[in-house]
Ligand binder design. Structure first.
Ligand SMILES: CC(C)(COP(=O)(O)OP(=O)(O)OC[C@H]1O[C@@H](n2cnc3c(N)ncnc32)[C@H](O)[C@@H]1OP(=O)(O)O)[C@@H](O)C(=O)NCCC(=O)NCCS
Length: 279
């Protein structure tokens, strides 16, 4: 098959089975449900051979006019190094339009993204494992549906863009813990089924101690279960996660195009991502 014969088409739910095959081949843990979540929140493209075989994917998840993440960029291993990744990314950049763009790069993707003008903004550390022993959380509560607006505002302060659609979806499929001071929510964490078990994130708090309490809220209920956390290098949670049997197993490079302009400081800080695709 000549790469020139491959068409770039819109990604639809009909492409999910092929997309799962590609992510499994790349050793990513995404289940059909995980692909569905990102597909429902995104617009994207597939690379398709003339016989209909899907040999590449790229999705763009818009967060209002302020930002979009590019994710799920995969080329069939037998077709790499022939310009398909570049064609998928060109299509993704068109979908992203004028929005500032973010992504988490693997070592495979890094050279391509650098050529396209993305620059490193930080590191992402993937921690995971079987939760060893129960922790005793304090000062945390389970969120209710009434907390969604306040949680969405806190997420926007930490992330720098409005992720209402994502937060609403996470409320549908996951659980949230919160820290309240009087009537205000000052931190939250989400847990949901993902990949081999569950993922905790986003985690947003005003300091690392609160972030640990919010994560502990879930770890306390999950001794013996597989849990993953994608934290940032800057968050300072890595050693603590390792001490709780969530080992550092990999990660990625956070990149932006253009580099973000530092904004007014908010005390809300992201300590863990929803996952590497969604930021
Ligand atoms: C990342 C990936 C999608 C790239 O797809 P690809 O089809 O091989 O990419 P291309 O052939 O279009 O190459 C893209 C560019 O990167 C360059 N490149 C690739 N590897 C490079 C390297 N090690 N050093 C320097 N440049 C490199 C290529 O020369 C090309 O540049 P050009 O467009 O200016 O010619 C593919 O390797 C993949 O699917 N990897 C597994 C999944 C993954 O990690 N995805 C990235 C998620 S962030």
């Amino acid at each position: 098959m000549q790469v020139g014969d491959i068409e770039i088409k819109a990604f639809t739910a009909d492409h999910l089975a092929a997309a799962i095959r590609l992510s499994q081949e790349a050793r990513w843990p995404h289940r059909r449900e995980d692909w569905q979540v990102v597909q429902q929140l995104s617009e994207g493209v597939v690379a398709v051979e003339s016989d209909g075989t899907v040999v590449g994917t790229a999705l763009v998840t818009p967060y209002g006019p302020d930002c979009a993440t590019i994710n799920m960029v995969i080329v069939d291993s037998t077709m790499r190094g022939r310009g398909l990744g570049r064609r998928l990314m060109d299509a993704a950049l068109t979908i992203g339009g004028t929005r500032p763009l973010r992504l988490i790069a693997t070592s495979d993707g890094l050279p391509l993204y650098e050529k396209l003008g993305f620059r490193e903004t930080g590191t992402i550390l993937q921690h995971q494992g079987i939760v060893a022993s129960a922790l005793s959380p304090a000062n945390t509560q389970s969120a209710t549906a009434d907390d969604l607006p306040a949680i969405t505002v806190l997420d926007r302060q930490a992330f720098g863009a409005d992720r209402t659609a994502l937060m609403t979806k996470l409320f549908e499929i996951g659980e949230f813990s919160v820290i309240r001071h009087d009537d205000d929510i000052t931190g939250f964490a989400c847990i949901r089924a993902f990949g081999r078990g569950e993922v905790i994130g986003p985690v947003v708090a005003s300091n690392a101690e609160d972030a640990k309490l919010l994560v502990s809220h879930f770890l306390a209920q999950r001794a013996g279960s597989f849990v993953r956390v994608d934290t940032t290098g800057a968050a300072g949670l890595s050693d603590w996660l390792s001490e709780h049997a969530l080992s550092h197993v990999g990660g990625g490079i956070a990149m932006s195009r253009p580099l973000p302009i530092p904004s007014a400081t908010s005390t809300a800080t992201t300590f863990a991502l929803a996952n590497q695709a969604l930021g």
